[in-house]
Write a protein that binds this ligand. Structure first.
Ligand code: ZN
Length: 458
């Protein structure tokens, strides 16, 4: 067996990263020039190939795996031990709209005031290249990787990862033996502290539609003709009450109580309630919650959200119309062990039971929740690498409040930790997406250090 990496090896690796800053930034800006919007289905193959080229240059063996959608790029590099760290990222991005809100064009990344602006800088190309570059540094300057690494880069994360599962499944025999997975994203918090997240919420997304007369009518006919807008409103009112309780029968049956270790994490998370409310222009958060109570609800409570409502006339002035149709879009953010399939079935049963069997339910692809045990050795490893790099303790979130394909990996029994180069003003999915350039280099160093410490752990 090769000798383990020394502090000298890590020192040379970090020095290589410091010397290589300009080129590393060029790699990232080059990748951000590619318009790999998965919703458009353009430039994705080209981007997968560009990513593969970066991996190859870093000394990683690459396979491009075709799927029914966009290709998945799988990378593998041997280190001094068989112990393996997996990196999951995505090379697709969100559409840049509204274009007019961008100060500089979304696909022409530029440096401004110490930040790099461009679509994908934070979500998720910055994290993707930072990880490849850490591996390159070890291979070029550190005398070889301390541990083995694997990369799983998909091109459909922003459209629900419909083709990732089977690819991970067919590699489960070796991926499943890894120490853990470094997840695609992570951000500094509002006080500038680095954070690490140990899970995702699941999601169930549905559309409800009520129908009335064949066409819109004069509103004087409301005496005798049913109004689907009222019908939909009445149905929605059975889903959640005015004190924020979700009323769908059995909705919370599968909700797992947070563990003592989960709850302990909340104590260390700063209370952002007031600044959050202020940023949103609100007098306070729901129910006046703050501190640990707000964290508990934020991380461990499922939601029922009306994302959109549409019916009748909504233009300027008045139009006395009786609409023929009303539509609402809803999402439910789910916590362990809720399941999107089960939740949509419960929504249907609930509507039936309350006399709304006529309301049409359309279901979109859902995602399950996932959670990593905070006491997992992999989490300790990630935290120590972050402490070493940032010079301070990372704030640990028990879960992200968003969703993603994490169950694909956690189903293999792998611990997963989300960290990355974003900050609270990164404007992901929004105009003027950006990262702080210094955070980018710290992101590379964190991964380099993580690999060193992973190799040093007995
Ligand atoms: Zn995203």
């Amino acid at each position: 067996m090769a000798s383990p990496a020394t502090d000298g090896d890590l020192g040379r690796t970090l020095e290589y990263i410091r010397q290589g800053r300009d080129r590393f930034l060029d790699d990232l800006t080059g990748l951000c020039r590619l318009e790999s919007v998965s919703a458009w289905g353009r430039s994705l193959r080209e981007t997968a190939q560009a990513v593969a080229a970066l991996l190859e240059r870093a000394g990683v063996e690459v396979a491009i795996r075709e799927t029914a959608g966009q290709p998945v790029v799988i990378g593998r590099a041997r280190g001094r031990t068989d112990r393996t760290i997996v990196f999951y990222n995505h090379y697709d991005v969100q559409p840049p709209d509204p274009l007019e809100a961008w100060v500089s064009p979304p696909f022409q990344p530029v440096l401004r005031d110490g930040r790099l602006y461009g679509r994908g800088t934070a979500d998720n190309k910055g994290n993707l290249t930072a990880r490849i570059q850490a591996v390159e540094a070890w291979n070029r300057a550190g005398g070889g990787l301390p541990v083995s690494v694997a990369f799983v880069f998909e091109g459909e994360e922003e459209t629900g990862s419909p083709n990732l599962g089977p690819v991970v499944q067919e590699n489960a025999d070796w991926l499943g033996r890894a120490e853990g997975v470094v997840w695609e994203s992570g951000y500094r918090d509002a006080d500038g502290r680095p954070t690490v997240s140990l899970g995702v919420k699941g999601i169930c997304y549905i559309e409800l539609r009520a129908r009335g007369a064949r066409s819109d009518l004069h509103s004087s006919q409301a005496t005798l003709v049913p109004n689907p807008a009222w019908r939909l409103v009445w149905a929605l009112a059975t889903i959640k009450d005015g004190s924020e309780r979700i009323l769908i029968e059995g909705f919370s049956d599968a909700v797992r109580e947070p563990s003592p270790a989960d709850l302990e994490l909340l104590q260390a998370i700063p209370d952002g309630a007031e600044s959050m409310a202020r940023n949103f222009g609100l007098p306070g958060l729901l129910g006046g919650l703050k501190g640990v109570a707000a964290h508990r609800r934020n991380f461990f409570a499922p939601t029922a959200t009306i994302c959109g409502l549409n019916s009748g006339y909504t233009g300027p002035g008045e139009k006395t119309v009786l609409p023929s149709e009303a539509m609402a879009k809803l999402d439910f953010r789910l916590v362990p062990d809720q399941d999107p399939e089960d939740i949509q079935a419960k929504v249907r049963a609930h509507l039936q039971r309350h006399g709304f069997g006529d309301i049409e339910v359309k279901v979109f692809a859902g995602e399950r929740p996932a959670r990593t045990d905070p006491s997992s050795p992999f989490v300790a490893l990630v935290r120590s690498a972050m402490r070493e790099t940032y010079g301070q303790e990372a704030i640990v979130y028990p879960t992200m409040t968003g969703s993603g394909p994490m169950p694909v990996f956690s189903d293999l029994g792998l611990p997963v930790a989300g960290l990355g180069v974003g900050h609270p003003g990164s404007a992901v999915h929004a105009p003027n997406e950006n990262i702080v350039v210094e955070d980018y280099f710290l992101g590379i160093e964190t991964v380099a250090t993580l690999l060193a410490r992973a190799g040093a752990t007995p």
